[in-house]
Design a protein. Structure first.
Lengths: 665, 492, 100
């Protein structure tokens, strides 16, 4: 073990990535029945990880070359599959993001999950997630990345289905698992293709080879497209985007951590990880750009039609992920990663704020929260507004800078249609976020009758969630210690502040992060950034673009104010007057229904039938026959093994005779 | 590769000397001390094993220096190949001692002979691994076998144990007769008993004398018997079933590896010129060994007997690698034997813990519901069984992977296919135990009589070491492969 | 002078007699005697080779074999005795608890 202590960097890396695993093991094996202790173990582990991640960043910030510790695993002839650690600016940055958000969310959960019967289990899963995510981030090879990618998916599945007694939670977990797996099949096929065609799954080697055109271009395109399927699944891109809103069945801190800030960003991270590899294939990049754009626009429209606050942020996450993919696919490596970073901060903030409301009012419906007096919770209200401003891309919040960067890249792209799509997206984003804010901030006094047909779907769903939530709360209501009876900041004690502090920290990050754009850019791009002054967007049209983007955001806010904020506003929105469109948006453009029908018709109806028949007749029959034969011969040989000494001797002599015969002949 | 030649080099046998001293010390303790010392025999022998281990790794120059030391007029060879095998033996011995202590206490049979005999058997194995001479080889083999005959019958009040000892003894002596006759014939044909001189003689004259070929046939019989290869396997299930559980663990790991060590040294170093002669024989034996071992194991209810057949099957896998005698082949033999030591002794550690006094609970049905009553034991047992079945991410999987890829590389594709089919078959009976542990309700009979099996700290340590070995061999094979490859280089 | 082949043939015959005896006899003690006969056949062969090769290795080997055989006798007889205590028989046909 002495090699471990000789190199502080390696030691920090090992501590950083493996302590959460240790904590999970300890919690699952030993401290399952001591919830308080479990949470301290988990938080202790993740805070150590955070310190180590910071240390690594500081230590390696000026190292130009990627630092790699690796052992080749399973050497078979000319195939190289490295395992270990790879530290370059990107992985260091992502490691820090994961560590920070994990830490904050775990602290927040002390308040949010207090008294839950599955408290220890929750922290065990959180640790599992932290471990898997961190090991994925620092993977030097695609196979390690893939393994931990799947483990992250497992953690996501477990946490979505955390309230497993709730039917819909179990369903949502399954849906998330199956849909992401669908993408992962493509991912894995891509890796196999790459192993066969190229023989090295090292990330650095892949990127260098792709840039040096050492890999045939058809191979790059094919494998890049297959690998992109993984991104589609994990980052909820079109057409596999509907699992993410359903994943909101999990506890809100989980949504903040996994389903907005880090796990779903894993797809985007992987994209940027092998960005030079993707960039070597224009076809793959074009397809990625199209998919990112479609995703962004579709999910923005969906967000306009729902009343569930978590759903709004979920759709918004999907659309922002689409936006990142757009940025990356348009060639803006830094822009994409920068937006990933800022988004992690402000989206986690938005979810955590929503969590406070949900915790207080036991409802996900923004109208209920508004009526219940949501504005009286000052800290979360302010923080949420800051988050929404950042999301809308308003100066000086972090979202402004990163959105600007992506817009710049899109503007530099020859075809301006993508830029228009981006601006449209910005408009819708501002609209739906402030629709939510205004609805909570200025609740409508008169309870007008709702257009029931149009929102039927969601109404029902929300009610169900609400009821279940209340039941769950009643189940352990005593432990909760604070019902909806006192909905104010005063007298909440620790529980409230556990939840408030992370909000304040994240708000601060959201406020200041944008101003670090240039140092981050220098860090991520190395010296290349200095040479041509960063990428894209600094041309003549820069200011025009800037104004256009910001005015889009402001227009969205104004529109939302007109419909929801001002006195006497109907709070119905333009969609209520377009019931058909509303239904379309609310039903997620019927993507689910289409997939369902596709499953029923093509898969269950056609393919499955054939396979089932084949399974029953040929495979099962064959296996049954084989088993009967094997067991039968087992009985026969076993019978021959009589255990009589003389018989044994006789067999041996006969065998000797045969051996001698063999040599003589 | 540096070669150190000297007539007598005592430092080459330090590990063996140390072990001898410790086993004598235990016998003396037994004779002269008060009965309350009997708890310490195990620890004393453990210290001896650790000391010998230290010397194997360090002496006379380090493992990685690739030195080959010949001493006692070529009768004794210490190369990395021998060192690696000694490592396996000492590991197996240490683990066996750890799992024996509690067992002996429960059976009220804490005598010093037990540990002394285990150490003597280990010395015998080490002599086999280092023998540069057929006479030395014979002495080592006999030292090992005689100790094992006694150990198999160690619980002397139990009839099955006596029976195991008697069967093992008679069949083993019979096999010894063949070994000796084979050695005599080889001696007669080549005029020497030194393995290297035999190789030189065979190489020089290109002999196809009937004496030499007959001698080789006899050696195949003898080694086949010791390594439990079909059709010389008949003793294995009976002896494994009857012997005390820790001894079964011991026999399935060390002596089998020792037989392979000697087998490989004689055939690869002494008789490579005749390889064409024995290739097909080994091919047939490997196929038979894998198939018959697995097929009979399918219908066993006694878990010790099941693992006995499984150990036969595993010898078959090793034989496949042995046949693919390239660099990859021999290094996968070493890799697999190391893995097998961990996983099999691990599994037997659990069996030892659960068997109860007089070993009444050794049937698959006794494992029903274990997953709920003793989760730790059940998890560990599942891990070892998965490894035996060759399921990733365990060492058993990597071991099989290396073996079959070696076989394919050397062109034995048919054998590799047979091997893979056999591993699939074997999953059935390994998982049967896991299924019993997790998915079946404990039978009421068991509930009534179940005295909680007690894990002693030593046993738990043994289980942890085995589990660590199985997992690290499966997850981080490259470092082990590096060592194994160096061990192979020494053989040439 | 007797030729080498005569010794070898005698040795082979003794060995075969021993081997056949081992699996035809039912008495554990007699089986053990047959095994001793096999070992002695080997001794004879070795000594013959040694004599005709003018090489002392064979002689040395014979001493080793005799020593080991003595040890083996001690172990074997004690095993038979301990079995006899549990079940008063030396007939190996009566000893088949484990099978299958």
């Amino acid at each position: 073990m002495s090699w471990l202590f000789k190199d502080p960097v390696l030691l920090a890396a090992v501590l950083c990535t493996w302590l959460p695993f240790l904590s999970m093991a300890v919690i699952l094996i030993f401290t399952r029945h001591k919830p308080q202790l479990s949470s301290y173990i988990s938080i202790g582990a993740v805070s150590t990880s955070l310190i180590c991640a910071l240390y690594l960043l500081i230590k390696l910030v000026h190292v130009g070359e990627p630092v790699e510790y690796r052992t080749a695993w399973l050497i078979a002839d000319d195939i190289i599959i490295p395992f270990g650690y790879l530290f370059d600016p990107l992985s260091l940055l992502m490691l820090l993001i994961v560590a920070v958000i994990s830490f904050l969310v775990q602290v927040y959960s002390l308040g949010y999950m207090a008294g839950d019967p599955g408290f220890s289990r929750y922290y065990a899963f959180q640790s599992l997630f932290a471990w898997a995510m961190m090991d994925m981030v620092i993977a030097p090879g695609m196979l390690q990345l893939y393994i931990f990618w799947e483990l992250v998916g497992l953690a996501s599945y477990l946490l979505i289905g955390f309230y497993y007694e709730k039917w819909s939670a179990g369903q949502a977990g399954k849906k998330a698992f199956v849909m992401t797996r669908l993408g992962d099949i493509g991912f894995f096929l891509g890796l196999i293709l790459l192993v066969l065609g190229f023989g090295d799954l090292g990330i650095v080697a892949m990127n260098e080879a792709a840039q040096a055109q050492a890999i045939p271009s058809y191979l790059i395109t094919a494998s890049a497209l297959l690998i992109f399927c993984g991104v589609i699944g994990k980052s909820a891109q079109f057409p596999l985007l509907t699992w993410l809103p359903d994943a909101m069945e999990g506890p809100t801190p989980v949504s903040a951590l996994l389903h907005s800030a880090t796990m779903v960003a894993a797809g985007v991270y992987m994209f940027s990880r092998i960005f030079p590899f993707f960039a070597a294939s224009p076809t793959a990049m074009a397809i990625a750009l199209a998919i990112g754009t479609i995703t962004m626009l579709l999910s923005s429209t969906m967000a306009m039609a729902t009343y569930d606050i978590k759903q709004v942020w979920a759709y918004s996450t999907v659309s922002q992920l689409g936006f990142m993919v757009m940025g990356l696919a348009a060639g803006g490596y830094f822009a994409g990663v920068f937006h990933l970073t800022t988004h992690a901060g402000f989206k986690a903030l938005l979810f955590l704020c929503s969590g406070v409301f949900i915790h207080e009012y036991h409802s996900n419906d923004m109208r209920d929260i508004g009526k219940g007096g949501g504005r009286s919770l000052k800290i979360p209200m302010v923080c949420m507004t800051v988050g929404a401003l950042a999301l809308s891309g308003v100066f000086p919040f972090s979202g402004f800078f990163s959105k600007e960067a992506i817009m710049g890249v899109l503007a530099a792209y020859p075809n301006k249609i993508w830029l228009l799509a981006g601006l449209l997206g910005a408009l819708m984003t501002a609209y739906y976020s402030f629709r939510l804010i205004f609805m909570i901030l200025f609740p409508k006094k008169v309870d007008a009758t709702m257009p029931h047909d149009a929102v039927h779907y969601h109404q029902e769903k929300d009610d169900k969630i609400q009821i279940d939530h209340e039941e769950a709360a009643a189940g352990h209501g005593a432990a909760h210690g604070h019902g909806s009876s006192h909905g104010h900041e005063e007298g909440h004690g620790n529980v409230f502040w556990y939840m408030a502090w992370p909000l304040i920290i994240l708000t601060t990050i959201t406020l200041v992060l944008g101003f670090f754009q240039h140092s981050l850019e220098g860090f991520l791009l190395g010296h290349a950034a200095d040479a041509h002054g960063g990428e894209g967007g600094h041309g003549a049209g820069h200011y025009a673009l800037l104004i256009a983007a910001v005015s889009m955001g402001l227009a969205g806010i104004a529109w939302a104010y007109y419909e929801f904020g001002r006195k006497g506003a109907s709070q119905e929105g333009f969609l209520a007057r377009l019931p058909k469109t509303q239904a379309l948006f609310a039903n997620r453009w019927y993507i689910d229904r289409f997939l369902r029908r596709f499953l029923d018709r093509a898969i269950y109806g056609g393919l499955t039938n054939v396979f089932t028949r084949n399974d029953r007749r040929v495979i099962d029959g064959g296996i049954d026959g084989f088993c009967l034969f094997t067991i039968g011969s087992g009985r026969l040989f076993s019978f021959l093994q009589s255990g009589m000494l003389q018989y044994n001797l006789l067999v041996m002599v006969a065998a000797v005779g045969l051996v001698v015969l063999y040599f003589v002949v | 590769m540096e070669q150190v030649m000297s007539t007598i080099n005592l430092s080459a046998i330090y590990p063996e000397i140390i072990l001898t001293c410790f086993s004598l010390l235990i016998l003396l303790m037994q004779s002269f001390s008060t009965p309350r010392f009997k708890e310490y025999y195990g620890y004393v022998s453990l210290v001896g094993v650790l000391a010998a281990l230290a010397f194997v790794v360090m002496e006379p120059s380090s493992f990685f220096a690739q030195t080959v030391v010949y001493s006692f007029n070529d009768m004794w060879v210490v190369d990395n190949y021998a060192r690696f095998f000694k490592l396996i033996f000492l590991l197996g011995t240490g683990l066996t001692i750890l799992i024996s202590m509690k067992y002996l206490e429960d059976e009220a049979m804490q005598y010093g002979e037990y540990f002394a005999l285990i150490l003597f058997a280990t010395i015998g194995m080490m002599i086999m691994a280092s023998a540069g001479e057929l006479i030395t080889l014979f002495l080592g083999l006999e030292l090992m076998s005689l100790s094992l005959y006694v150990l198999a019958g160690y619980t002397r009040v139990r009839m099955v144990s006596n029976e195991a000892a008697l069967k093992y003894f008679i069949l083993g002596s019979f096999a010894t007769g063949f070994l000796l006759y084979g050695i005599a014939l080889i001696y007669g044909s080549t005029g020497t008993t030194s393995i290297r001189a035999v190789a030189a003689s065979v190489g020089k004259y290109g002999l196809y004398s009937p004496g030499l070929v007959m001698g080789m046939a006899m050696l195949v019989v003898a080694f086949g018997f010791k390594a439990a290869l079909v059709p010389f396997h008949m003793w294995t299930p009976d002896v494994y079933e009857g012997a005390p559980a820790p001894i079964t663990a011991f026999m399935s790991a060390g002596p089998k590896a020792a037989a392979f060590a000697a087998f490989a040294r004689v055939f690869m170093e002494g008789l490579p010129a005749l390889q064409m002669e024995w290739t097909w024989l080994i091919w047939i034996m490997a196929a038979l060994t894998m198939t018959i071992g697995n097929v009979i194991a399918l219908v066993q209810d006694n878990i010790k007997r099941m693992l006995a057949y499984s150990s036969i099957a595993h010898a078959g896998y090793v034989l496949v690698a042995f046949l693919a005698a390239g660099e990859l082949g021999i290094s996968s033999v070493l890799y697999y034997l190391l893995t097998y030591t961990f996983m099999n002794i691990g599994a037997f550690a659990i069996i030892t813990a659960l068997s109860g006094r007089g070993e009444p609970r050794v049937f698959v049905r006794d494992y029903q519901g274990l997953g709920f009553q003793h989760p730790f034991a059940a998890v560990a047992m599942s891990l070892f069984l998965f490894s035996l079945a060759g399921i990733p991410p365990t060492g058993g999987f990597m071991g099989k992977f290396y073996i079959f890829s070696a076989a394919v590389k050397e062109g034995y594709i048919g054998l590799a296919v047979i091997g893979v089919v056999n591993s699939v078959v074997s999953v059935y009976y390994y998982l049967r135990v896991t299924v019993a542990m997790y998915m079946e309700e404990p039978s009421s009979v068991r509930e009534a009589e179940a005295a909680a099996p007690i894990f002693s700290p030593a046993l738990v340590i043994a289980i942890f070491i085995s589990a660590y070995g199985v997992l690290s061999l499966g997850l981080f094979p490259s470092s082990y492969v590096a060592i194994v490859k160096q061990s192979f280089l020494a053989l040439q | 002078m007797v030729s080498l082949n005569s010794y070898l043939i005698l040795g082979a015959m003794l060995f075969s007699i021993g081997a056949v005896g081992v699996f035809t006899q039912r008495n554990a003690l007699i089986i053990y005697m047959c095994i001793e006969l096999m070992l002695n056949a080997v001794n004879l062969t070795l000594v013959a080779f040694s004599r005709f090769l003018n090489n002392l290795d064979g002689h040395v080997f014979v001493f080793m074999i005799m020593t080991v055989a003595a040890a083996e006798a001690a172990v074997g007889l004690s095993i038979i005795i301990s079995l006899f205590r549990n079940k008063p028989t030396v007939n190996v046909d009566d000893i088949n608890l484990s099978k299958g």
